[in-house]
Design a protein around this ligand. Structure first.
Ligand SMILES: [Zn+2]
Length: 136
């Protein structure tokens, strides 16, 4: 079931800081929060490919973060990754390799004024943008 997702401004800033720190590589990780869809935590996962145009999450770290999320009784709200040289839109690879269609795909990419973060629902080749709400 799709959940309406809201991102507090502070978490948005934190997410951008996190992906910028990994430049020029793509960064990736999880977003977790309340069952109402408010993002509260960013859980970075190592991109074991260390590439500028692709990512693969470290499998063990991914499991550890999932465990951490359960222990903190957090809801899994998103998987984020960055497109340091691309657009804030799922690439063909992102669409084809989607394995968690029930989890929103967050993509961070640079634009004229800095960085932007967009969220998408990607399922069986279809992409729908989530009207991501930023809480000031
Ligand atoms: Zn991508």
């Amino acid at each position: 079931m799709r959940i309406k997702i809201a991102l507090p401004q502070a978490l948005l800033d934190q997410l951008i800081n996190e992906v910028v720190q990994h430049l020029p590589e793509e960064a990736c990780g999880f977003l977790t929060g309340t069952s109402e869809g408010i993002v509260e935590n960013i859980l970075p996962v190592e991109n074991i490919q260390h590439q500028t145009k692709s990512f693969k999450m470290d499998g063990l770290e991914q499991l550890n973060k999932m465990q951490e999320m359960e222990e903190k009784r957090q809801t899994w709200l998103g998987i984020y990754h960055s497109h340091p040289e691309g657009e804030a839109y799922p690439s063909n690879t992102d669409i084809i390799s989607q394995v968690y269609p029930e989890i929103a795909m967050f993509i961070c990419a640079p634009n004229e004024s800095g960085w932007q973060v967009k969220a998408f629902w990607v399922n069986e080749g279809l992409v729908e943008e989530e009207a991501l709400e930023v809480l000031k």
